[in-house]
Structure formats: C-alpha cells, structure tokens
Design a protein around this ligand. Structure first.
Ligand SMILES: [Zn+2]
Length: 158
C-alpha cells in the first residue's frame, strides 16, 4: 500500500563566498581567484573554476577579473558530446561540453559550447546572459571565436 502526499517546497540557499562569481556572470564578467599568500608554494596560482580558498595553503584567495583573458586567450583543451544533460536539464541536446583552458590559469573550466563544433585547440569566447540572468553556471556559455553576435541565444551577449 502507498500513500501519496504532494509537497511543494522552496529551497533557499546562498552562494556564500562564490556569490561574486555568479553575480558577475549576469554582468558579463568572469571572475577567477588567485592565491596571494607570500608563504604559499603556489602563490600566484589563478583558479577557474573560482575557488574561495587556495587548495594548497587554505588562505582566502583574491578575486580577479579574467573577462578579457577569456575573450582573447581561451581555447578548447578537450571536449565531449553527450545526450545526457546533467543537473539542470536545460541545455539543448546533443550537448557539447568543452573544457576551457585559459592562458596563465592552472585549472580547466568545463562549459557548454552552444554554437559551432568543438575541436581541440580552437579558440572560444564566453557569452553571458545579461538579460534576466538566472545566477547559475548556464549564465555563461561558449561560442567559437568570431561567432556573429546576431546568432547568439536569446538574452546572451558578448
Ligand atoms: Zn596558497
């Protein structure tokens, strides 16, 4: 025997120290973080995805804007194409996940290439959902460099 009791729940959570990253996406900015601890062997390491604390010394990282670097010097490190969308189920399939490499950044960021076909080493640029942002990671998507601005998804811009 089973009993069905419908529930309706609103889950409220905070991004805490990562809030600046998600808030900035909606403003067309990509924020990374950097360890500035002079006693850390990894001093100067830049992290994207954004890390609140340095994984090596555990000190709080410095927030830095890498928007220009992302627009000028980001390439596809590797990629995969899948029919499975992951948590949000909002991206059109097949999804082209790209692992994006930034010059001078010691980590790799996974994102979705929303136009064109991925190739290893190709230059890509971020686009941002600056119109009615959702404050989630899909506020930033990727397109091949020099993709025409008139052919971006609705609400997104360079
Ligand atoms: Zn450190």
């Amino acid at each position: 025997m089973g009993i069905t009791n419908p529930r309706d729940m609103t889950y409220i959570h905070s991004y805490g120290g990562e809030a600046i990253f998600f808030e900035s996406l909606g403003k067309g900015k990509l924020m990374a973080s950097r360890c500035d601890n002079p006693d850390c062997e990894s001093k100067g390491s830049i992290f994207m995805p954004f890390r609140i604390h340095c994984p090596d010394c555990l000190m709080k990282n410095t927030v830095m804007d890498i928007t220009d670097r992302a627009k000028e010097k980001a390439i596809v490190h590797s990629f995969m194409i899948t029919e499975r969308t992951g948590a949000f189920n909002t991206l059109p399939t097949p999804i082209k996940f790209v692992n994006v490499e930034f010059e001078g950044v010691c980590t790799i960021l996974m994102g979705a290439l929303i136009r064109g076909e991925p190739k290893i080493g190709m230059r890509v640029v971020p686009i941002f959902k600056t119109k009615d942002p959702d404050y989630i990671i899909t506020d930033m998507l990727w397109v091949p460099a020099d993709w025409p601005a008139k052919d971006l998804p609705e609400g997104y811009s360079y």
